[in-house]
Write a protein that binds this ligand. Sequence first.
Ligand code: NAD
Ligand code: UGA
Length: 458
Amino acid sequence: MPYNRNILCIGAGYVGGPTMAMIAHQCPDYRVTVVDINPERIAAWNSDELPIYEPGLDEIVRAVRGKNLFFSTDVEQGIRENDIIFVSVNTPTKTFGVGAGMAADLQYWEKTARQILQYAQTPKIVIEKSTLPVKTAQAMESILRHTGNGIWFEVLSNPEFLAEGSAIRDLTNPDRVLIGSRETKSGLLARQILVDIYASWVPRERILTSNIWSSELSKLVSNAFLAQRISSINAISALCEKTEADVEEVARAVGMDSRIGPKFLNASIGFGGSCFKKDILNLVYLCRHYGLDDVAAYWESVVRINEYQQERFMGTMLTAMFNTLAGKRICLFGFAFKANTGDTRESPAIFIARRLMEEKAEVVITDPQALKNARVDLNDTAGNVRYVADPYEAAAGCHAIAVLTEWDLYRKLDYRRIYESMEQPAFLFDGRNILDHQGCFDLGFNVFPLGKPPLKHF
Ligand code: NAD
Ligand code: UGA
C-alpha cells in the first residue's frame, strides 16, 4: 500500500527506537524505518528480545513491526528512500582534544550529515532529535548545503524530552513537543510537515514551535533545571543530617508551594543517566565559549553537588561501619540509574561499587534488569564482585545492604528473612528513602536513610 510519508530515523537507541515505534503506532499511514550501524542492535530490534527494557515498548513494537515499522542496517537505502530524516545518534561528552570532559562529541552527528549528503538524491527534511549544543543546526546546514550537489535540505530541531522507564507514557502523552525551524518560507513549510506528524495524536496546543536556536537551547536548559532541582534537594539532605530535620518533610513543605511544585524533589545518591551530566557540561562549555564564566560556574556547581552527594553516601557507609569496609560484604540493591530501566549509563552505582572495592569490600550486586550492563561496567574488576539475580540470595551473608535504585520490588521484600540471613550487626543504607525505616530498625537493622536521623542500636 502506498504510504502518506516515508520517515527515516538514523540511530536505533533509547530515543530512536521508542520514538519511531510511537510514530509508526500512531500514524498507520506513515512508513517508518530505523537504521543503525550496529548490526547487533538492529538484530535485537527485529527479535523477541528488544535491546532496551522499557515498560510498554514490547507491545507497541510487536503491533507495528513488519507493518509500517522496519529496522535495518542499510543506512544508504534508508537515506535514498525517505524524505524526512530524524537523526538520533549519540552525542556523548568529548573525551579528547579541545573541550575534553566538557563539550559534546559531535563526530557521530557529523558523520550522519555527511552520509545524508552522500546518498541523498531528492530534497530532505533533516531533524535534529539528538541533544546538541545550540547552533549545531548551522553546522549541519553548512555541511549539507554548501557542497554543491544542488539538493535542498531543511534542518529542523525537535529535541526529545522522554525519560527512561516512562518513555512510552511520555511519548503517548507528552507535556510538550518542541519544533524549531528557520523562519524562512521553506523552514516554516518543513516545520508544518513535522507539526502534522505529531498532531496525529498530540493536542495542537502542546506542540510548540520556535526559532531553531531556542529549540536547541531549551533542551539543554530543561535538563539543567531538572538536575538542578535534584542537586538542590541533595544539598539540603546534607544539612538535614546535621540538624535532625527530615528531608522528605522539608521537600513536602517546599513542594506544596504551587510555584515550586512537588516533582523531582526526591533526595538520592545523586542523579545518573546518560544525559544530565553531559548536557549540563555541554551548557557550561557553551557559556565559557561565550565568555560567560560566572554563568558557567553556576551550572557547573549542579554537577559538583552531584559528585559530592555520591561521595557523601560512601562516607556515611564507611563511618557507620566503624571506619573500615575491608573484607566486609556489601550488597547493592539496584544498579540501574533509576527504576524501570536496565540502563546503567552514569549510574551512581558504578561509582559506589568502585569506591567500595577501593576500600577492599566485597560487592554483591542485584538488580532485576541491569545485571548484564553492570557486568560490562565493572568488567575490569572481575573477581571482586558477584552478580546475583535473587535479592534474598544476594543479601545473605552480607554485612550491609545499600539501596541504590528505587525499584518497587525492594519495598516489598521480607526484611525479617533478609535480616536473619545477614552478618550482625546488620546495616541498611537507603540511598533512595524507599524502605520502612522504623520497621527495619525494629527488626534489628541499623538504618541510615538519606537526609534523616539514622536509627542505630548502639
Ligand atoms: P544511544 O547510544 O542509545 O543510541 C544512539 C545510536 O546511534 C547507537 O545505536 C549508535 O550505534 C547509532 N549511531 C551512531 N552513529 C551512527 C551513524 N553514523 N549511523 C547510524 N547509526 C549511528 O543514544 P540515546 O540514548 O538514544 O541518545 C541519542 C540522543 O538523544 C543523544 O543526543 C541524547 O542526549 C538524546 N536523548 C536521550 C534520551 C534518553 O533517555 N536516553 C532522552 C532525550 C534525549
Ligand atoms: C531525563 C529527563 O527527565 C528527560 O526529560 C530527558 O529527556 C532525558 O533526561 C534526557 O535528555 O536524556 P532520564 O535521565 O531518563 O530523563 O530520567 P530522570 O527521571 O530524569 O532521572 C534522572 C536521574 O535523576 C535518575 O538517576 C533519577 O534517579 C534521579 N532523580 C530523579 C533523583 O535523584 N531525584 C528525583 O527527584 C528525580
